[in-house]
Design a binder for this molecule. Structure first.
Ligand SMILES: O=P(O)(O)OC[C@H]1O[C@@H](O)[C@H](O)[C@@H](O)[C@@H]1O
Length: 238
């Protein structure tokens, strides 16, 4: 692979740069397992629910999609709903409170292979963007000490402010490429979630790389990944 042809390097964050996809996964489980168990006759929460309905999506879209998959209707509520409220916003706030507690408890370090690659790319004058659905992306990336290596961060906060469509729409990656000033065809996208790979594939980027942290290479390929790796340490620039 001639990696040198890519000027713009667009990285998803959770599960690609940092192992925080696991913290999101746990927070979702701790939100939805008791919630679903409290509804008589409702199917219990399973890990498959995370990959099918939650992974990689904007927080409230994820809540809506999980509930829709079970035929559950809840009111939207308000952004400042109490985390105990059984509304879309309340469940989102409950999950975010749990996510914050998990991250504060364990700290965040980048995957070693990701940190090495990010440093090499920045040293070589490449342009880097983090493209994450998470509204916590800035704080997560700052806690790794790698924030300054990224020219741009497009996150859940920016999506709300600029009214962008979330993944699987390609808009977040387009926004990152535009802010970097690099045409899509000269950008490579790295993603671990199906909706993220779909977003990259829909945008006509130069290369879409799926990072398989356990979801399975087949699912990432079927979503549109041109190449699947297990870790960013497999990207060799020389
Ligand atoms: O709730 P946040 O921090 O805004 O994150 C939204 C989503 O961000 C994505 O990066 C994660 O893959 C999802 O699991 C997560 O739910």
């Amino acid at each position: 692979m001639n990696w040198g042809r890519f000027q713009g390097w667009l990285f998803d964050l959770d599960g690609v740069i940092t192992p925080t996809a696991e913290a999101h996964m746990r927070a979702w489980r701790e939100t939805f397992a008791p919630f679903l168990a409290s509804i008589p006759g409702q199917r219990l929460y399973g890990t498959g629910d995370y990959f099918a309905h939650l992974d990689g999506k904007l927080r409230l879209n994820a809540v809506r999609d999980l509930l829709a998959s079970r035929g559950i209707f809840l009111p939207e509520g308000e952004p400042d709903d109490d985390p105990s409220a059984d509304t879309i916003n309340g469940l989102g706030n409950r999950k975010n409170q749990l996510f914050g507690a998990i991250v504060r408890g364990g700290g965040v370090r980048a995957y070693p292979g990701s940190e090495v690659l990010v440093r090499q790319l920045a040293d070589g004058g490449r342009l880097l963007a983090a493209v994450s659905s998470s509204r916590n992306a800035e704080s997560v990336i700052r806690s790794t000490g790698l924030r300054d290596f990224f020219n741009v961060v497009v996150d859940g906060q920016m999506v709300a402010e600029r009214h962008l469509a979330g993944k699987p729409a390609p808009d977040m990656f387009f926004q990152a490429a535009e802010l970097l000033g690099v045409p899509a065809q000269q950008c490579v996208v790295f993603e671990d979630a199906v909706v993220g790979v779909e977003a990259g594939a829909a945008g006509g980027f130069g290369l879409v790389v799926g990072i398989d942290r356990g979801i399975g290479a087949g699912r990432l390929r079927r979503a549109g990944a041109d190449l699947v790796l297990r870790d960013l340490a497999e990207v060799s620039l020389s």
